[in-house]
Design a protein around this ligand. Structure first.
Ligand SMILES: *[C@@H]1O[C@H](CO)[C@@H](O)[C@H](O)[C@H]1NC(C)=O
Ligand SMILES: *[C@@H]1O[C@H](CO)[C@@H](O)[C@H](O)[C@H]1NC(C)=O
Ligand SMILES: *[C@@H]1O[C@H](CO)[C@@H](O)[C@H](O)[C@H]1NC(C)=O
Ligand SMILES: *[C@@H]1O[C@H](CO)[C@@H](O)[C@H](O)[C@H]1NC(C)=O
Ligand SMILES: *[C@@H]1O[C@H](CO)[C@@H](O)[C@H](O)[C@H]1NC(C)=O
Ligand SMILES: [Ca+2]
Length: 527
């Protein structure tokens, strides 16, 4: 009990105190009303909400059953791992159960029987939720800690990964990095990724079992050794670029690269004593809710912020519908001690701010008009309150005024339309002969060729005469001997010379032949 109390007191500065309420009902000169504050959920044991994946397939021991021994007792290889026997199985979930007094339960890998091929294993923890670490990550190894391992993190649910910390008994040899200690970091290097030798050297497997990612030591750079000056840490978290993100993760991955050796060399004749065994992974943190929630609950398999301040989303990362009169902002730890809620505001709310439907976060007062107007409306909006669509855009009738998709481009056909504006249903104004919402079609009796032109010929009213054929409504292709727009004119009538005149002396052979042909055709038609 005393121990528990000590533990609670120890965690006090991180778990309690500031930023634990989002709003309170206060009475002011103007009467009672809500007052809002920056707020965050309490720190929790994150291993209770994690999903784990161990790679590669077949790395967990016991299938087939296998014997192993320990560095302390290397020649008594009588321990057995058997996946089909609950008493002898070591599945991944045993890294996250609560440890009963004395008896450790652990995940265990196969032994290094493939030596000198490396014995590699990845343990990937996923939350499907952004988490802010508030205390050290502590990984407990039974039978010795790895001599080389690496910790990686992801901020985007496992799409991209970044190194978080390197661990080796010889950093230079394993990673070509100098060995450093977190305690030696300074205020400007608090988020440096380093290689440490503190957790990888052989000291006997019972003595030192843990590998840490030192969150507290990094906090202490700002908050002092006992984390007494949390105000300073919160101030730094707001102002130092990238510092908050450094302690934020959605996933963690332990890459185990070489097991404990129990000495300097690998003994090839006894490979049953080399393997990984992890009994616990402790991750303490809080849901990242952007200082807009003080509760985080486990729903439908995922952690979820209970958003206040009229925000919404898994991390309270956007404003609720109809509360977008200004752009969303995270709450802030500053000014101390209560921070700023930076709440989302209802359209037309009594905040006194100029309403911009979330398309602008800047307003400006125009002196001579005595109006406040939104500046630089985004999302193709315009107007005093960004309530209109820019020219060339029209209102999306299925979107609210505060929706990013509220304005749709008119997209008028440049050739078919008179200009690039359109009416409220997206219809453009067409030039003569053009039609369709975007003016990219032609009316009946018009054809498209860089714009709409009236048909010259067609199959109904404007038939080509005398056996002529209509080419794409643009012209008649007339048989020899006829001409005119609709081939309505006989060449013989128009020009007697074509019919009975002798071919010109200047004409070439082709013309002569054509002349003869025309002569015959004329004769035929004349019959
Ligand atoms: C472990 O994950 C890394 C990526 O972070 C990958 O390159 C590597 O192949 C994985 N190793 C195993 C044994 O699955
Ligand atoms: C992750 O969380 C989101 C939001 O709560 C949920 O919609 C999604 O189904 C979850 N994905 C997985 C793989 O659990
Ligand atoms: C959120 O909206 C409700 C009305 O739905 C209002 O009563 C409340 O004061 C708002 N909270 C904030 C922080 O603006
Ligand atoms: C109109 O708004 C709705 C709701 O935001 C959106 O789903 C849709 O894609 C928008 N339409 C267009 C053409 O952008
Ligand atoms: C937009 O123009 C089209 C075509 O002229 C018309 O049918 C429609 O009613 C117009 N819409 C509005 C809102 O004026
Ligand atoms: Ca365990």
């Amino acid at each position: 009990m005393l121990y528990l109390l000590a533990l609670l007191l120890h965690r006090l500065p991180l778990a309690m105190g500031q930023y634990d309420i989002c709003k309170s009902w206060v009475t002011t000169d103007d009467g009672p009303s809500w007052e809002f504050y920056a707020c965050q959920p309490k720190a929790m044991r994150m291993k209770d909400y994690v999903t784990v994946r161990v790679d590669p397939a077949g790395i967990t021991c016991g299938d087939p059953p296998e014997r192993f021994c320990t560095h302390e007792n290397p020649y008594l290889c009588s321990d057995e791992c058997d996946a089909s026997n609950p008493d002898l199985a070591h599945p991944p979930k045993l890294m996250f159960d609560s440890e009963d007094e004395g008896l450790a339960t652990y995940w265990q890998s196969v032994t290094w029987r493939r030596y000198p091929e490396p014995l590699l294993a990845n343990i990937t923890l996923s939350w499907n939720k952004s988490i802010e670490l508030t205390d050290d990550i502590v990984i407990t190894f039974e039978y010795g800690r790895p001599t080389i391992m690496m910790l990686e993190k992801s901020l985007d649910n496992g799409r991209t990964w970044h190194p978080y910390q390197y661990y080796a008994d010889d950093c230079m040899e394993a990673f070509s990095m100098p060995a450093r200690r977190v305690r030696d970091l300074s205020t400007t290097s608090a988020n440096r990724v380093l290689c440490t030798e503190e957790y990888s050297r052989w000291v006997g497997s019972k003595k030192e079992k843990t590998v840490r990612f030192e969150v507290r030591d990094r906090f202490a750079i700002f908050a002092g050794p006992d984390l007494k000056n949390m105000d300073n840490l919160y101030t730094r978290l707001e102002s130092a670029k990238g510092l908050k993100d450094f302690f934020t993760v959605t996933d963690l991955r332990m890459r185990l690269l070489r097991p404990a050796l129990g000495g300097t060399y690998v003994q090839r004749e006894n490979l049953y004593k080399y393997f990984y065994a992890v009994s616990n992974i402790e991750v303490t943190g809080r849901c990242k809710c952007n200082l807009h929630a003080n509760l985080c609950t486990f729903k439908e398999g995922s952690l979820q912020c209970e958003c206040e301040h009229n925000t919404t989303g898994q991390d309270c990362g956007k404003c609720k519908k109809n509360f977008r009169s200004r752009s969303w902002r995270a709450g802030s730890y500053l000014p101390l001690p209560n921070g700023s809620p930076n709440a989302c505001a209802a359209a037309g709310s009594a905040f006194g701010n100029c309403e911009c439907y979330g398309h602008s976060n800047r307003c400006s007062y125009i002196d001579f008009l005595n109006v406040v107007t939104c500046v630089s409306c985004k999302h193709n909006t315009r107007g005093q309150h960004c309530q209109h669509c820019r020219l060339g855009f029209y209102r999306n009738s299925s979107a609210e005024l505060d929706d990013e998709n509220v304005c749709i481009e008119c997209n008028c056909n440049q050739i078919g339309s008179l200009h690039d504006r359109c009416n409220e249903t997206g219809y453009c104004e067409c030039k003569e002969g053009a039609t369709g919402p975007k003016c990219d079609d032609c009316l009946p009796n018009y054809y498209w060729r860089q714009g709409c032109f009236p048909n010259v010929c067609d199959e109904e009213l404007l038939l080509c005469q005398n056996g002529g054929t209509c080419y794409q409504n643009q012209r008649c292709i007339c048989p020899v001997g006829f001409k005119g727009v609709l081939c309505q004119q006989s060449r013989c009538e128009a020009d007697k010379k074509d019919c009975d005149g002798a071919p010109s002396v200047h004409a070439g052979l082709g013309t002569v032949l054509l002349g003869v042909l025309a002569l015959q055709l004329c004769g035929f038609v004349d019959l």
